[in-house]
Design a binder for this molecule. Structure first.
Ligand SMILES: NC(=O)c1ccc[n+]([C@@H]2O[C@H](COP(=O)([O-])OP(=O)(O)OC[C@H]3O[C@@H](n4cnc5c(N)ncnc54)[C@H](OP(=O)(O)O)[C@@H]3O)[C@@H](O)[C@H]2O)c1
Length: 259
């Protein structure tokens, strides 16, 4: 038995983080680097990918050769070609963590249109199934390989005020993880379902709006604190490390299901 059999599980593993430059992405990248993994970040903006990689290298100088990234715009009409190009540049990976999400689609039901619905699906659902399809050529077919999608607690625990599109997307992603666990077997596929987590995702509410929303949420949830990105990193690590976990949804939501 190795004295680091648990903490060294991800050492040397190549992990592609799609949407890896955001709040959750950076925390997952930090956790992976600390576990010895090789991280490859991707998001739509070249300069953001470069900046985040540089910040990670600054924090973990000894891991410089384990940190890289490439831009890949998933909102573009050429999304499939973009993903193919990304994988050609990245090469073989052991794990994929999918966290890409554009501006929150908080739209009252009466304002939902076909165009808005199609647009808000592209980055979270359409591109995620394309990533899963294209990954087939780049992952070993065994249970050591994994894909982790990102849903959200909204799919199980509705909240008032304009979230119907997001609830459907979240439920769809949970269902996709379960189905892909068969379609890509023995590669493992799981989903993490975050509750409210303090990241830039909520920027669209404005500083005051965000503060009021978080304070209201914190009055209701048992932990008294909206989730932090580093809390969620543990849920993603679990999905990569437990070789017996596939087709499951890991919830981390401040106990929001209890209220
Ligand atoms: N934070 C929460 O409370 C929460 C709760 C439930 C679920 N989630 C889900 O978790 C995921 C990550 O959330 P987060 O909080 O980390 O959000 P975030 O900080 O806004 O990060 C989103 C990530 O997606 C990338 N992205 C956006 N548009 C893209 C595009 N067109 N192509 C490729 N990448 C794109 C962003 O980079 P660029 O903008 O540079 O492309 C960034 O890396 C999202 O799917 C979100 O819906 C978050």
């Amino acid at each position: 038995m190795s004295p680091s059999q648990f903490t060294s599980k991800l050492a040397g593993q190549r992990v592609l983080l799609v949407g890896g430059t955001g709040g959750l992405g950076v925390s997952v990248a930090q956790a992976l680097i600390e576990h010895g993994a090789i991280v490859i970040l991707s998001s739509s903006r070249e300069h953001k990918v470069k900046d985040v990689c540089a910040a990670l290298v600054k924090d973990y100088p000894e891991a410089e050769d384990r940190i890289s990234g490439y831009a890949c715009d998933l909102a573009s009409p050429s999304v499939e070609t973009n993903i193919e190009e990304l994988f050609k540049r990245v090469g073989e990976v052991n794990h994929i963590v999918y966290m890409a999400g554009d501006r929150l689609p908080m739209i009252p039901l009466e304002e939902v249109t076909l165009e808005k619905w199609q647009k808000c699906n592209q980055v979270r659902t359409i591109a995620s199934i394309l990533v899963a399809k294209i990954s087939i050529g780049y992952m070993k077919k065994d249970r050591h390989s994994s894909i982790t999608l990102t849903g959200g607690s909204i799919s199980e625990k509705p909240i008032a005020g304009g979230w119907s599109m997001l609830a459907l997307i979240g439920a769809g992603l949970n269902g996709l993880a379960r189905q892909l666990a068969f379609d890509l077997a023995p590669i493992r596929v799981n989903a993490v379902a975050p509750g409210v987590i303090e990241t830039d995702l909520w920027q669209g509410m404005g500083e005051e709006g965000k503060k009021a929303f978080f304070e209201d949420h914190e009055r209701k949830i048992p932990t008294d604190k909206v989730g932090q990105p580093e809390d969620l990193a543990e849920a993603y690590l679990y999905c990569l490390k437990d070789l017996n976990a596939t087709g499951i949804v890991v919830h981390s939501n401040s106990g929001a299901f209890l209220v």
